[in-house]
Structure formats: C-alpha cells, structure tokens
Ligand binder design. Sequence first.
Ligand code: UDX
Length: 484
Amino acid sequence: MPAARARKVSGRGRDPIVVLGMGHVGLPTALGLAELGWTVFGADDAADKIERLKTGEATFYEPAMQELLTKHLASGNFRPTRDVDAAIAGSKIIFVCVGTPQRDDGAADLSQIEAVARTIALNLNGYKLVVEKSTVPASTAERIKRTIERYARTDSAANGRNGRAHRNGKAREGQPTPRFDVASNPEFLQEGKAIEDFFHPDRIVIGVESDDARALLEDLYRPLGRPIVVTDLATAELIKHSANAFLSTKISFINMISDLCEAVGADVESVARGIGLDPRIGLQFLKAGIGFGGYCFPKDLRALIHLGEEHGVPCGILRGVEDVNLRRVDVFLEKVRHALWVMRGKTIAVLGLAFKPLTDDIREAPALRVVEELIKEGASVRLYDPEAMSNSQQVFPEAPGRVDYCRSAYEAARGAHALLLVTEWDEFRKLNWNKIRDAMEVPVVVDGRNLLDPAAMHEAGFEYSSMGRGTRRAAPVAVRAGRR
Ligand code: UDX
C-alpha cells in the first residue's frame, strides 16, 4: 500500500481534520490523510454522495480508492458527513476542496469558495487553519481571509441580539474573533493516479503567512518525505495555475509539431524523443494526439488567461495553447472524413470516452465532441469505454441502432465502417486486432492517441492513420469480400 512508510507517523491523538468537498480532489485527499493516521471528516452538502460514501461505495472510479475507503470507514479514520458545521467546529485544520467551475467569461466561479468561507466564519470556535486546495486564481486566499473576518465579526455582533449564536461549539458573545490562518496548498493529483500522487508527490507546495500554519502543514506532510516548497499565499496559488498551464503548453506544442510532421512527412514521436531527452525539455507530456481534456487543464488555462487580462498582462502564449487544443478534434475528424468520405449512414466504433485512461471522468473529454459530431453528421455510433459509459449515457442516451453502448471493444467493432481510438486505455493496446478486423465491415482505424504500431496495423490489413506519424503511410484497403 502506498503509505507503508508514512504509517509510522500518525495523526492519532491530534485534532481531527475536515475536508470540505468530496470530489476528485477532496476524496483522495481525505482518504490519504486517513491512511496517514488522522481522523478525517469528509464533508459535503450532497446527500447522495455522503450516503454512498457511508455505505462504502466510492463515488467515482479511481485506482486504489475503493480499498482505502473500505479500510478507513472500518478504522473510523474517515467519517463522511453532511453536517458541515459540526465537522468544521470539531476540527483544527480545514481543507477546502470544493469546485471552482468556469464562468461564461472564462474566470473561475468562486461562489462555492465564498460560501465555505462564510460557513467557516460561523463555526470559528477556536484557532483554525484554513487550507485552500481547490485550484483558485492568485489572491483568492486574501479574499477567503477577508470573508471569514467579516462574517465572523458580523456573527459576533449578532450574538445575543437576534439569537444567532455560534451554530456549533461555544457561542462567543463579547469575545474577540478566534485566531485563524489561511494557507494555500495546491493539489497536483492526476486523475487515475490520485492516490499514488498523494503519497508520492514530486513536491508539496505550501503558501503560508504564519509560523503556526507552516508548522502544522509541515508536520502533516513530513511523513511523506518529499520536498516542501514554502512560499507566500499568492505565489502558491500561482504555482498551481502555472504548472497546469505549462503542461498544457507542452501538449499543444507537440500537437502543433504533430501537424507539421504530417505536412513534411516527419514523425512526431521521434521528434518528441529527440527533444525530450534534453533534460531541459523532458520527455513527459509530449504525447501528440487528440488534445487535452478533463476538469483541470482547459478550465485552469482559461482562468489564467482571464487573470492575466484582468491585470493587463498579455497572455498570447496561453491563447495559442488553447487554440491549438480546440482544433485537435477537428484535425482528428478530418482524418475520419478522409477515410470514410461520407459519414452519413456509416457505423462508427468509438473506443474510449473518458478524457484519459484509468478514470470514469468525461468532463471536457475529446470523445464528447467526437461523438457529438459523428451523430450530427448522420453516423451511427457504437461506444465502448471500460469505466466511463454510465457517465456518457447521461450525455448521449442509448438509442438502439444510432447510439449503442457495447460491452467490449469487439462488440463495438461489429459491423463498423471505422473504429476510432480516442482514449489510450491499456486494454485497447492488448486487443486481438485480427478479431477486431474480422468483426468490422471495413477495417479502418483512426488512432487519436498513437496507441498502436502503424506497421503492425498495416500488416494486419487495416487502413490505419494516427496523429503526426506521417511517414508511415496507410496501405490501400479493400472492403472485406462478401460485405457491402
Ligand atoms: C492535471 C495535472 O496533471 C495535475 O497535476 C493537476 O493537479 C490536475 O490536472 P489530470 O487532469 O488528472 O491532471 O490529467 P493529466 O494526466 O494531466 O492529463 C490531462 C489531459 O492531457 C488528458 O486529456 C490527457 O490525455 C492529455 N495529455 C497528457 C496529452 O494529450 N498528452 C500528454 O502528453 C499528456
């Protein structure tokens, strides 16, 4: 288990921690802290979420999470609750992991953060450390601080007058507002390896303003034995946005090069390796393909652009990154159109709906735009993903003969005029491609993730195209004998 080393130091005997928001950041964080030995309240307003967690059901797919949930419900270290007030009142450290969705203008919608700050103010019954973990624009911590101060004071003033005493803990009529600190501790958890990332982070960033806050957070993370970068609040906040923007930039950069590779007959994977072995560049996040999706990169990029514009800092680089990414699905679909000529009336298998492997998350997944476009152009789709199908059904409900969800890649391939690879699940790499070919009406594969070996696919009789591997040309292909 990931925390073997960490288990030696435990939070036993110390004040409980509350994690506010049981989403993709909050739940893995809460379970990670529980594994480190802390008593952790996992608080969320959503009744269904808390009920499912209480019965031991993980609310989304994340490797190793179910095991930790089962283990720490049993140990009592993890306590899901809807009583947010009581959980805050009963804790010293408060991790804020609520959502920061995107507003229409691209800025982060901080209404949930504000609501949390007010709730904390109303339950300030002693020193608290409020740790901002949600991804937020720089200077949000300042606003959290001001909001807590304002509402804590209002609450104090109101005590005794209108009977609105402290909701939990002791009312503090006539008492000064208890001391609190706000810290920023951005998360770098990747979906699909969030638990592993919690226990083995490359670095831990903490933005603090007081020795108390620093000591509490260093104490909490010391067992992980990883480098801790200590900064001020705004710097920590900006580190998070910068990290995501930089990684997105790498992806869009290689995707732009991928298009150039196709234009001049070069190979993007060799370019990526050729540049990535330079340690100043690095090999990671240079996988060309259909572009980045998910809840973080697209949203955080827009939020950073918005922040730059708000402060008069030109963010043209980031706009370019976004533009390249928005075009990726078009580039991919152009290959499909090129292979099929006419889309209307064709049956198309789509393998992979999640925005990346090892998650059931489809937020901003390239597959959504692909499927939407195929349907719009009159194709029938046969969809398969190992984990993300029930989420996809909320977006594209099953409509037999037009939108079919399949139990396997083989079933999806049946009768298809083309098969599209949109998410690089490992199981797709290991498919019996001869069997797939035999199930298809026409053996056309468009690989949006460069998952498969072009030579092997051509050898197996596929008309195969991928992203930026221009020199490995597709062989001409015939419709299988006996088929229409
Ligand atoms: C990201 C950050 O990596 C993480 O540190 C942060 O805390 C949250 O946001 P996540 O959104 O889970 O994590 O996914 P990530 O693995 O970063 O991938 C994001 C997207 O980029 C995916 O759609 C993925 O397919 C795509 N990607 C990634 C590429 O297209 N090419 C690459 O080389 C790498």
